[in-house]
Design a protein around this ligand. Structure first.
Ligand SMILES: NC(=O)c1ccc[n+]([C@@H]2O[C@H](COP(=O)([O-])OP(=O)(O)OC[C@H]3O[C@@H](n4cnc5c(N)ncnc54)[C@H](O)[C@@H]3O)[C@@H](O)[C@H]2O)c1
Length: 420
C-alpha cells in the first residue's frame, strides 16, 4: 500500500499553522488528548477514520494517535478535503491520509477500499460509506471489527437500516445522537458555516432575499435562524407536521416547495433526503435563483433533471455553475455541485462546535474498546453522563459556571408526596 495519496505534500506548513489555530478552540478534545497520551486506551488498535479532512479532524486524528491508535484517514466527501491539512497530517504527524479536494467519485471509492485493506478494528465513519462497503464487499473482515462510530444523521439512518436488515453484526456508536453533538454541531455549526459557504462562493447580500430552507431539522433550524439574523425573509418547507408547526411558531413562513420554488431567491436543502428540489421546482424558479445543499449526500437536488432542462451551463466563479433553462432562458445557479456547501466553499464548522462532536468521537472509540465483547450488535448511544461531562467541560472552558442542585432540591425531585 502507498503511504498516502494527497494533492501536495509541500502544503504541510500552511496546514500545520491552521491545525494549531483550530486546536486553540478545542479545549475539551485537548483534555482528552492529554489523558489519552497518559493512559493509551487505544493502544495498537487499527483505526480507519472517514471524515471531512479539516483542521478539526486533524486534531481528532492527533487525539486518536495520542491514545495509541494506528490510524488511517480518508475523506468522507470528494469536495470537503483541505489539502494543506492532509499534507500536514502526513508530514508533521505521520498519519497516512488518502484524500484530495475535488477527487472523483471513483478515487473516493478507491480510497475507501485502500483504507479497508489496512484491516481496521475500529471504523470512525461519517455517512456510513466505509461500514456499508465493508458489509457489502468484505464480509470476511467483519469479524475483526470491534465497533464503529458514526458522525452524522444520514449515517445513523443507514446504520438503522442495516440493523433492520440484520446485516449490522457489530456495535455502532451513534455519535450524532449525543446532545452535545447535534444540538450544537448540526444547529449552530451548520447554521453558520452553510451561510459562510454561500457567501464565500457568491459574495451575495442575504438581507431582503427570500431564503428557502428545505427541512426544519437540527441543521435547518440553524440555517433558518442565522439567515434571519442576516436580514433574509426565511421560508421553510417540511414534510413533518410537527417540525412545520415549530417553524411557524418560530416565526417563519411555511409552504409547499411548489409554491416556494416560485418566490425563492436562495434555496438551501438540509433534509438528508433525495430530490427534495426536483425537475418541476427548477422549471418554476425565478431568473437568478441560487440553489445549494448542506445535507450529507449530493442527491438532495435533482441535478440530472436540471441538466436536461438546460440549454447550457457556465462556470461563473469557483463552486458557482449557472444553468440556462431551455424553456424561458431563466438562469439557475448551483453552488458546490450540490455537495455540502459549508465544506465545499468554506471550511466546515468552526472548531469550537467540533470540539464537542469530536470529544464524543474520541470517547466513543474508547468506550468500544473498554466494552469489547460486552456490547450487542446494533446502534448504541454513549451513556448520558458522558454527554453531561462533555458539556460541563465545555462550559468550564468558556468560563461559565452554573448552579448545582441543593440537597433539598434533590430530595424534592426524587419524591412524589409534595403536591398542591
Ligand atoms: N453540512 C454539514 O456539515 C452537516 C452537519 C450535520 C448534518 N448534516 C447532514 O444534514 C442532513 C440533515 O441533518 P439533520 O441533523 O438536520 O437531520 P434531521 O433529521 O434533524 O432533519 C431533517 C429534516 O428534513 C425533513 N425532510 C425530509 N424530507 C423532506 C422533504 N422532502 N422536504 C422538506 N423537508 C424534508 C425531515 O422531516 C426533518 O425534519 C443530514 O444529511 C445530515 O447528515 C450536514
Amino acid at each position: 500500500m502507498a503511504d498516502y495519496d494527497i494533492t501536495d505534500i509541500s502544503l504541510a506548513g500552511a496546514g500545520k499553522k491552521r491545525i494549531d489555530w483550530a486546536d486553540r478552540e478545542m479545549p475539551v478534545l485537548r483534555l482528552i488528548r492529554e489523558r489519552f497520551a497518559q493512559e493509551r486506551p487505544l493502544k495498537d488498535k487499527r483505526f480507519v477514520a472517514c471524515a471531512h479532512v479539516t483542521t478539526e479532524t486533524a486534531n481528532l486524528a492527533r487525539t486518536l494517535q495520542a491514545g495509541g491508535a494506528e490510524c488511517v484517514l480518508i475523506a468522507s466527501n470528494p469536495l470537503s478535503t483541505q489539502d494543506d491539512v492532509a499534507a500536514s497530517l502526513v508530514s508533521d504527524y505521520g498519519i497516512p491520509v488518502f484524500a484530495m479536494k475535488g477527487e472523483s467519485t471513483e478515487t473516493y471509492n478507491r480510497h475507501v477500499r485502500t483504507a479497508l485493506d489496512t484491516k481496521p478494528e475500529i471504523i470512525i465513519d461519517d455517512g456510513s460509506d466505509v461500514v456499508a462497503t465493508l458489509i457489502k464487499e468484505r464480509p470476511d473482515q467483519v469479524k475483526d471489527i470491534v465497533g464503529s462510530t458514526e458522525e452524522t444523521t444520514t449515517g445513523i439512518v443507514r446504520l438503522e437500516a442495516m440493523a433492520t436488515a440484520g446485516v449490522l453484526t457489530f456495535p455502532a456508536m451513534a455519535v450524532n445522537n449525543a446532545q452535545t453533538k447535534h444540538f450544537f454541531d448540526n444547529r449552530y455549526g451548520t447554521g453558520q458555516s452553510t451561510l459562510d459557504g454561500i457567501i464565500r462562493a457568491t459574495n451575495i447580500l442575504l438581507a431582503g432575499r427570500n431564503v428557502v430552507v428545505v427541512g426544519y431539522g437540527w441543521c435547518g433550524k440553524g440555517v433558518a435562524m442565522r439567515a434571519r439574523g442576516m436580514g433574509a425573509n426565511v421560508i421553510v418547507t417540511e414534510i413533518d407536521p410537527i417540525k412545520a408547526i415549530e417553524a411557524v411558531m418560530d416565526g417563519f413562513r411555511v409552504m409547499q416547495m411548489a409554491e416556494a420554488a416560485r418566490i425563492g431567491n436562495i434555496f438551501i436543502t438540509v433534509t438528508g433526503n433525495r430530490h427534495v428540489i426536483d425537475e418541476s421546482h427548477f422549471a418554476d424558479m425565478r431568473d437568478g435563483a441560487i440553489v445549494c445543499n448542506s445535507g450529507h449526500f449530493d442527491l438532495e437536488l435533482n441535478l440530472d433533471a436540471l441538466k436536461s432542462l438546460s440549454a447550457e451551463s457556465v462556470n461563473r466563479r469557483p463552486f458557482v455553475e449557472e444553468f440556462a433553462l431551455k424553456s424561458n432562458g431563466n438562469r439557475i445557479v448551483v453552488l458546490g455541485e450540490g455537495r455540502l456547501i459549508n465544506l465545499a466553499a468554506a471550511e466546515g464548522h468552526p472548531a469550537s462546535v467540533m470540539d464537542m462532536s469530536f470529544a464524543n468521537q474520541a470517547l466513543s472509540a474508547e468506550y468500544l474498546i473498554k466494552n469489547q465483547g460486552e456490547l450487542t450488535p446494533g446502534v448504541h448511544m454513549l451513556p448520558k453522563e458522558v454527554d453531561q461531562e462533555i458539556a460541563a467541560l465545555k462550559l468550564k472552558s468558556l468560563g461559565v459556571s452554573i448552579d448545582t442542585l441543593t440537597a433539598e432540591q434533590l430530595e424534592y425531585l426524587s419524591s412524589w408526596e409534595t403536591g398542591t
